[in-house]
Design a protein around this ligand. Structure first.
Ligand SMILES: NC(=O)C1=CN([C@@H]2O[C@H](COP(=O)(O)OP(=O)(O)OC[C@H]3O[C@@H](n4cnc5c(N)ncnc54)[C@H](OP(=O)(O)O)[C@@H]3O)[C@@H](O)[C@H]2O)C=CC1
Ligand SMILES: Nc1nc(=O)c2c([nH]1)NC[C@@H]1CN(c3ccc(C(=O)N[C@@H](CCC(=O)O)C(=O)O)cc3)C=[N+]21
Ligand SMILES: [Mg+2]
Length: 282
């Protein structure tokens, strides 16, 4: 089975669109997402455009703020402070990576946790760790929604996550643990990665290396979630998984493009609506 994140995300966006319409009538204001982009990173520009498109699809307001790569940390922190104080703004997202002269941790900590639609602020990270209600990182949340969509119960299942980043690997591991999976987190220092991956009922690839996971890593009948966004030898978009090589061995797999990526955007919209409700005292 090929899990179309694109189709599922369209279905969810159509539901969000209806909710937004109701909120507009009820509160006479729209949810609003502010996206800040510093520098000229090509991929970032594509993602930010997709985020704006997502907002307009569901009828939310969006505010795109772009700066050239010389924008200072102090200026960025000031801008975030202003957005924190702006009652018309529900969500604030600072696109990563930031230029080297800007301290990422400092910037993420400056965002009002109630507007932190990425779920990257330490307060939200701590809540996720503790299993308390919080804004949950979009990519991990999108993966859980996809598993739900195919009625896949993680209880007692072996999950192997390849990658331990703060934005994907670690949070998705916690979410799988919450759903009663047995979770292994692998990374660049993991020994015998192939053997570790072969144990997985659910294999999550969040590495950033084109087609690294081939059929030798995959157990027959496994579910494979491919987070990677890479370019192959022909400069074509591809995942961390060699899709053609593994597709006849799996129970289900997400493609790239059209898999996890669109779900990430949709969960961002979902989080923005959640933040809006919170700001309205719901
Ligand atoms: N579809 C989507 O919505 C999203 C896609 N992405 C994509 O997902 C990928 C991962 O992103 P992100 O988590 O930010 O990446 P990072 O670069 O922050 O993390 C990569 C992780 O992979 C590990 N790793 C690197 N090489 C190997 C290897 N040879 N064997 C095993 N593990 C390895 C690293 O290990 P170590 O810690 O030891 O260095 C690290 O933990 C990228 O392609 C990115 O573009 C990211 C976010 C959202
Ligand atoms: N603060 C912050 N939050 C993020 O959520 C964040 C970030 N920084 N930095 C970079 C990563 C990456 N990311 C993606 C979002 C959408 C697609 C996406 O839309 N992918 C499409 C194709 C995109 C294309 O055509 O290149 C797809 O897979 O079908 C991919 C990757 C969010 N990230
Ligand atoms: Mg990173």
């Amino acid at each position: 089975m090929i899990i179309s994140g694109k189709e599922i995300s369209t279905k969810i966006k159509d539901q969000l669109k209806e909710e937004v319409e109701q909120m507009k009538n009820k509160y006479d204001r729209l949810p609003k997402l502010a996206v800040i982009l510093v520098g000229e990173n090509q991929a970032s520009q594509v993602y930010v455009r997709n985020k704006e498109r997502g907002c307009s699809y569901v009828g939310m307001d969006s505010l795109k703020i772009t700066h050239d790569a010389t924008f200072s940390e102090e200026e960025l922190l000031n801008e975030i402070k202003q957005l924190n104080e702006d009652d018309t703004v529900d969500g604030i997202l600072v696109q990563l990576p930031l230029p080297d002269h800007i301290n990422e941790d400092k910037v993420l900590e400056a965002i009002d946790p109630s507007k932190d639609v990425d779920g990257f602020h330490p307060e939200n990270v701590a809540k996720l760790f503790l299993g308390q209600k919080s804004l949950v990182p979009c990519t991990p949340k999108g993966m859980m929604v996809l598993l739900d969509e195919i009625n896949y119960d993680l209880t007692g299942k072996e999950v192997v996550v390849v990658g331990r980043s703060n934005i994907v690997g670690k949070p998705v591991s916690l979410l799988c643990l919450q759903k009663n999976a047995t979770v292994t987190i692998a990374h660049s220092k993991t020994k015998d990665l192939k053997e570790v991956c072969q144990r997985a009922d659910v294999l999550i690839a969040a590495v950033g290396r084109a087609k690294m996971i081939n059929r030798d890593y995959v157990k027959e009948g496994a579910v494979v979630l491919d987070v990677g966004i890479n370019r192959d030898e022909n400069n074509k978009l591809c995942g961390d998984v060699d899709f053609e090589d593994v597709k006849d061995k799996v129970y289900a797999i997400t493609p790239v493009p059209g898999g996890i990526g669109p779900m990430t955007i949709t969960m961002l919209l979902h989080n923005t609506l959640e933040a809006f409700y919170h700001h309205q005292g719901e």
